[in-house]
Design a binder for this molecule. Structure first.
Ligand code: SAM
Length: 278
């Protein structure tokens, strides 16, 4: 099968990039190879790709996977993808918004799915949250995202990048940083640096919780005003002073600490102690 470069396809179809859709297409083969290698695709795998663009990454995935479902929002790209990838019987193209897609319909009878994407940066966090929290049978997410967001995802306590997003992702997944990527790896070049990360789903979430909703509420409150002590940050929970003192005591956490110093396990202990008093 003849293979054209990203630039060839863009010129061939006179494609006009849309800034609003986060269209920065990959032109660096070494980044492509690193994404493919990290994604670790084998011939029984189902892959879901979000935002295939002109199909640069898609083609490499199709060469390795059992099936690739790609979801693309831009109607201008649909005929290009249909034409360029028409020789792959294992390709399913969905014209739609990944944020509104029920991935279970695509997963069907497959036991699990691997997500791979050079994500449109304007929807990175909502897409990751959707995949993690909607209980899909995913094995991994190998994604290229804005470097700053990747650093927040991988951050550990006591650094300024550590926050609610770090905890959400690390509760469900092991995070590996694959490589950094400079703007010249794309057309057009974005204004920011990028990073490739891999999220491997843990067989069980990192901690056992009595009340997951309460845990994430506490995490959100703790980071909403990150300079506040936990004692002050958790006031919106409207729990009596006596009960709050007891919860901090039972979880052995000093209420004068700030949320950014707590590990996921410590947030879990605090949340369980508060849950017991409700
Ligand atoms: N995968 C291609 C590559 O690596 O060259 C393109 C990546 S580009 C950063 C992001 C792609 O996502 C674009 O093709 C864009 O049209 C598409 N896109 C943007 N928002 C989307 C959404 N909500 N759902 C699905 N695709 C979207």
């Amino acid at each position: 099968m003849e293979k054209f470069s990203t630039k060839d396809i863009v010129y061939k179809y006179k494609f006009k990039f849309s800034k609003n859709l986060g269209q920065n297409f990959l032109i660096d083969d070494s980044v492509l190879e690193d994404i493919i290698c990290a994604a670790d695709i084998s011939n029984g795998d189902l892959v879901i790709e979000i935002g295939p663009g002109v199909g640069t990454l898609t083609r490499e995935l199709l060469n390795r996977a059992n099936k690739v479902c790609a979801i693309e929002l831009d109607s201008g790209l649909i005929p290009i993808l249909q034409e360029e990838l028409k020789d792959f019987p294992n390709f399913e193209l969905i014209h739609g918004d990944a944020l509104k897609t029920d991935f279970n319909k695509l997963i069907g009878d497959y036991s699990e799915v691997k997500f791979v994407a050079n994500l449109p940066y304007y929807v990175t966090t909502p897409i990751i949250s959707k995949i993690l929290t909607e209980d899909y049978k995913f094995k991994s997410l190998t994604i290229m995202i804005q470097k700053e967001v990747g650093e927040r995802i991988a951050a550990k306590p006591d650094c300024k990048q550590y926050g609610a997003l770090s905890i959400l992702v690390q509760y469900y997944c092991d995070v590996s940083v694959i490589r950094k990527v400079t703007p010249d790896a794309f057309i057009p070049s974005p204004k920011v640096d990028s990073i490739v990360i891999k999220l491997d789903r843990l067989s069980e979430p990192k901690i056992v919780l009595k009340d997951k909703k309460l845990f994430f509420k506490i995490v959100r409150l703790a980071f909403n005003m990150r300079r506040k002590t936990l004692w002050n940050a958790l006031k919106p929970l409207k729990i009596s002073k006596v009960d709050m003192e007891l919860a901090f005591e039972r979880s052995s956490i000093d209420p004068r600490r700030r949320g950014e110093t707590l590990s996921i396990k410590e947030f879990g202990k605090l949340s369980d102690s508060i849950h017991e008093l409700l």
